[in-house]
Design a protein around this ligand. Structure first.
Ligand code: M6R
Length: 616
């Protein structure tokens, strides 16, 4: 959700903060704002709309030189995307500016208290109360912003990252976090705060992971961290393992196009170092205890959106390889249904960002029930891996486009490695069987590369079908979550009705949606291996064709049996059934991206969405 940047050092704070916001705009783009302390002044500029609107404002109404500043890019929760609701919010006396990510749940009560005290609020946000509360905690003499922040945080309920400046204490930036991301960038004579390392990786790759309920105090030469009571608190240093160019478009028009193209490398990187020379899987970083793994009676995957689709794909593989039942639950539903999890369960939380609040809350619930927890995550230093018993990082590199692409493929890879590791530990597969699957996985980067080389016909088709009002996706077995993923991409990017169905389910109701010319994209299973899946889907294709559907088949090279039944065939390399999602998803990503472009939509920042969803 919102993106936050703070800087204190020797350089022009505004330049650094705005550049940081550009990197974080994927987190929210309803409005943006900055504040700097300059001499005796606290100066704020903010504007509704994308960052470019703020940049235009800064051009016409420049800010003074300053070496201390904060900035915010917003995904609206309380109050619409207007200039007055944009952050930073400033205290009535004009001394304190604050930016916020999250939701302050007791804001109504705090607002009433401030009103009763004669403070008038000028926005509809929950954030503004913090600016006024901080000012009330800062007497004219002996001002102590860190202590004021601690006192205010102790009164707040909900999830928040807060970063504040005080006009009377230049060279000081104070941040706080509870259930919302904030990382510190440690520089030479300068320090940074941000929701994501991407904001400061141009300046330093040395970072600190903050814990829960901590306040961080930055000066140009020091970083001090305490808990909300002022006691020194532990932080974990880490080095960002990618450089600034990874967060740039690198010659592509869109981040999404770049990230689609990066998939072969991302898959290869996520496999690297996890397989020994004698084809054994080593997942040391996961802290998975072999005895505990032998004792578990079920696996539960919790995740949202695309990550949940990766979990659904993995279910087929893990159950097949280990004979352990796997449940996949949307994280937002998990803890509300009294789920059966306990010390005999392995709960796998899949999250690209590591900050998705629904997934975090589900994880905490599972931990409280005594489950073993493992995160599959792409973001080092984020909350979900930190709160899990172990983590298996995906090495997709930063994913900036709101629509998830390379994260999906690498999440499948990571979950497959966990499945094979379970099989290895529990002895449910022979060594040569595991070796065979590992060889198939090893082949995937080159197979994905082949798909990337042949996406032009998919793009042409997307342009041709851009006028459609609805697109349906059908799949069977692992093709079903791929169908769901194809539909999700189209919904979020092309803003059109799109639904994914298990092909066999269609006749139980959804087939009524089929009318003349409706595009139906079918993920056709390989005719080799589980031929029954292929035959069944051919029947399903006939059913929709008989009712006028325009069939687009995603079918493997050499599968000529499908030719009579489809108006369009998108070819993918022939791979084993469980590997097919890794190649079949790629054309669907390209299709959605191209269709959104044809419709003139902002592909990287689709409307109403944000990359990292840090509210429930
Ligand atoms: O960061 P996460 O993987 O936890 O995010 C989960 C979903 O919000 C995310 O996958 C979302 O569905 C994507 N925007 C879809 O492309």
């Amino acid at each position: 959700m919102c993106g936050i940047v703070g800087y204190v050092g020797q350089k022009q704070a505004l330049e650094i903060v705005v550049a940081g916001l550009r990197r974080l705009e994927y987190r929210g783009y309803d409005s943006a704002g900055v504040a700097v302390v300059s001499g005796e002044e606290l100066v704020v500029r903010k504007k509704a709309g994308k960052l470019v609107n703020l940049e235009t404002l800064l051009g016409s109404d420049p800010m003074p030189d300053s070496t201390t500043g904060i900035g915010h890019t917003r995904w609206a929760t309380h109050g619409g995307p207007t200039d007055s609701n944009a952050h930073p919010h400033v205290s009535e006396d004009g001394t304190v500016a604050v930016i916020h990510n999250g939701i302050i749940e007791n804001f109504a009560e705090l607002r009433a208290e401030l009103n009763a005290a004669g403070v008038s609020l000028s926005s509809e946000t929950d954030t503004e109360v913090v600016a006024h509360l901080l000012a009330l905690e800062l007497p004219a003499a002996d001002r102590d912003l860190p202590e004021a922040m601690r006192r205010v945080c102790r009164r707040l309920e909900g999830a928040f990252t807060l970063v504040a400046l005080d006009r009377e204490q230049p060279d000081l930036v104070v941040g706080a976090r509870r259930n919302s991301p904030l990382v510190v960038g440690v520089g030479q004579g300068e320090n940074f705060l941000a929701s994501d390392v991407a904001a400061f990786v141009d300046h330093t790759r040395e970072a600190l992971e903050l814990g829960q309920d901590q306040v961080v105090i930055l000066t140009p030469t020091s970083v001090t961290v305490t808990d909300f009571d002022g006691e020194p608190a532990a932080v974990r240093p880490f080095t960002v393992d990618w450089d600034a160019s990874a967060a740039e478009k690198g010659g592509f028009d869109l981040f999404m196009l770049k990230e689609i193209a990066e998939q072969p490398r991302a898959v290869a990187d996520s496999l690297r170092g996890r397989i020994t020379r004698d084809s054994r899987i080593q997942l040391d970083e996961t802290n998975l205890d072999e005895a505990a793994l032998r004792a578990i009676t079920k696996v539960v995957v919790i995740a949202c959106g695309t990550a949940a689709h990766a979990g659904m794909v993995a279910k087929y593989a893990i159950e097949h390889w280990t004979r352990v039942p796997v449940e996949v639950e949307l994280a937002s539903e998990f803890r509300y249904r009294d789920p059966i999890v306990g010390p005999d369960s392995l709960v796998i939380a899949i999250s690209q960002s590591g900050e998705t609040m629904d997934t975090l809350m589900a994880l905490r619930y599972a931990k409280a029930q005594g489950a073993h927890t493992l995160a599959i995550c792409n973001t080092v230093g984020s909350t979900i891996p930190r709160e899990s018993d172990g983590v298996l990082y995906t090495y997709a590199g930063p994913e900036i486009a709101v629509a998830s692409t390379k994260a999906f493929l690498t999440q499948i890879i990571a979950a497959y490695l966990v499945g094979l590791y379970l099989a290895q530990v529990r002895g449910t597969m022979f060594e040569d069987e595991i070796r065979g699957v590992l060889a198939e996985l090893d082949d995937m980067p080159s197979k994905v590369d082949l798909v990337l080389d042949t996406t032009e016909p998919v793009r042409a088709l997307a342009r041709e079908l851009a006028g459609a009002t609805s697109v349906l996706f059908l799949g069977r077995h692992v093709g079903f979550p791929v169908a769901l993923e194809g539909a999700l991409k189209l919904k979020e990017l092309a803003y059109m009705h799109a639904e994914g169905f298990p092909a066999g389910e269609l006749k139980h109701g959804p087939i009524a949606l089929i009318e003349e010319g409706v595009p139906v994209i079918v993920i056709v299973p390989s005719p080799r291996g589980r031929a029954v899946l292929h035959d069944k889907i051919v029947s399903n294709i006939q059913e929709v064709r008989a009712r006028g559907a325009l069939v687009v088949a995603i079918a493997e090279e050499g599968d000529e049996s499908i030719t009579p039944y489809a108006e369009h065939i998108i070819r993918i390399p022939a791979v084993p059934t469980l590997m097919q999602p890794l190649v079949a998803t790629v054309p669907l990503q390209a299709f959605a991206c191209e269709m959104a472009t044809a419709k003139g939509h902002d592909v990287d920042q689709p409307r109403n969405l944000a990359k990292s969803v840090t509210v429930e």
